[in-house]
Design a protein around this ligand. Structure first.
Ligand SMILES: O=C(O)CCC(=O)C(=O)O
Length: 385
């Protein structure tokens, strides 16, 4: 069965909806998603008053607190068996590839590396590839994002722009920001071109989703000191074992990511129906002390995105993951440039129409044009915004 991608950071809108309901907390699962029940009460008030706002904002805060507590608990469950994700080094195909390698990497070497990385992604649901973006571009992008964030704050606070024109939803948004990047900006195009054309990332995604893959998101996620650990979640559901992947997301570190900056936590191998079934089961039977969900978190493999600047983690949207708490005492924010690619076979995408996507982006001499074409696809093909 084909799955419909939903926006990566969906849980937030679920929270807003849920918080408008009188007994919202009981409908919310600990992965932050909204699970309607058959006994759901309808919203009792018909008009919006100041006290309605107070109630919903209080419920919202209450639920955020619940997620923060749950995130902490999950962090404790997983703490003793975490390790850094290791780079996938492909032997015999031109070294590490990308910008850290010695000498240039030919197209056929990138293809061979892409094939090897895709194999790991199919198997584990996540792969680390180093040196996909030159350090100088990572620095420029980081500076650009800081300025764009400031500008966005001013434009949105003064009412000149709507929040959704600059930001994507993010789970636990305090001290976290998901800033969508302008499609026509040269620096964005240069960064995307570098990652897709000169590192094995483009060929990896093309190997998994074909060259018709459609660019779906293009953004920068920043978590500042004080941001809380998110709860583990997948970005898209998993309905069957023979499901096609829906999205692959690539997180590129814009600075070295250290432990206190709250790296991404991934659980390799959890992009399967079996793992999702266990993850959804929060019941504690009389003979057990922990739910199947907590047992999975406690026992399952866990890796952390302790990525050097310019390196990336690519993951299947069905994989369980979360952003960590940034506890940095010396004010280090963690910024990741990210983009995702959607399966062109996905039903919601009317995909064939936008087949320019990754093919253009990898091969077009004018990446800017490629990006724009791909992003028209992004805008039109996304059914769930
Ligand atoms: O911050 C991260 O590394 C992951 C973020 C994430 O999974 C989310 O916001 O849904």
């Amino acid at each position: 069965m084909m799955l419909t991608p939903r926006r990566r950071r969906t849980p937030l809108h679920a929270l807003v909806v849920a918080c408008l309901l009188p007994n919202a907390a009981s409908f919310l699962s600990t992965d932050g998603s909204f699970r309607p029940t058959t006994s759901r009460e309808s919203v009792r008030r018909s008009s919006s008053t100041e006290s309605d706002f107070d109630v919903s904002s209080l419920l919202y805060q209450e639920h955020e607190k619940m997620l923060v507590d749950r995130g902490k608990l999950e962090g404790e469950l997983m703490a003793h068996h975490t390790s850094s994700i290791e780079p996938n080094i492909v032997k015999g195909s031109g070294g590490g590839g990308g910008f850290g390698g010695t000498g240039g990497t030919t197209k056929s070497q990138l293809k061979a590396q892409g094939k090897a990385h895709a194999k790991v992604l199919r198997q584990d649901g996540v792969v680390r590839i180093d040196n996909v973006l030159p350090g100088s571009l990572a620095d420029e992008m980081r500076e650009f994002v800081v300025e764009l964030r400031q500008d966005s704050h001013e434009q949105v606070s003064s009412g000149k722009l709507k929040s959704r024109e600059r930001y994507a939803d993010v789970l636990l948004k305090e001290n976290r920001c998901d800033l969508t990047l302008p499609l026509t900006n040269q620096l964005t195009a240069d960064c995307l071109a570098a990652v897709l054309q000169q590192s094995p990332v483009g060929e990896t995604v093309a190997n998994l989703l074909t060259k018709d893959a459609v660019l779906y998101e293009l953004s920068c996620l920043t978590s500042d000191p004080g941001s809380h650990r998110q709860v583990m979640h997948p970005d898209t559901p998993c309905a069957g074992d023979d499901d096609d992947p829906v999205l692959y997301t690539c997180f590129v570190a814009l600075q070295d990511i250290q432990l206190d900056m709250g790296p991404t936590t991934w659980m390799p191998g959890t992009h399967t129906l079996e793992a999702h079934e266990q993850f959804k089961d929060e019941t504690v039977s009389s003979s057990e002390t922990k739910s199947p969900k907590d047992t999975l978190l406690e026992k399952g493999p866990v890796v952390l995105g302790l990525l050097p600047k310019g390196s990336c983690g690519i993951f299947d949207s069905r994989l369980l993951h979360c952003g960590g708490a940034n506890t940095s005492a010396d004010n280090k924010s963690r910024a990741v440039f990210y983009f995702s690619w959607k399966n062109p076979r996905d039903q919601c995408g009317q995909s064939r129409k936008y087949s320019a996507g990754i093919h253009q982006s990898i091969h077009s001499p004018s990446i800017g044009q490629g990006v724009e074409k791909a992003c028209q696809g992004q805008i039109k093909a996304v059914c769930q915004r």
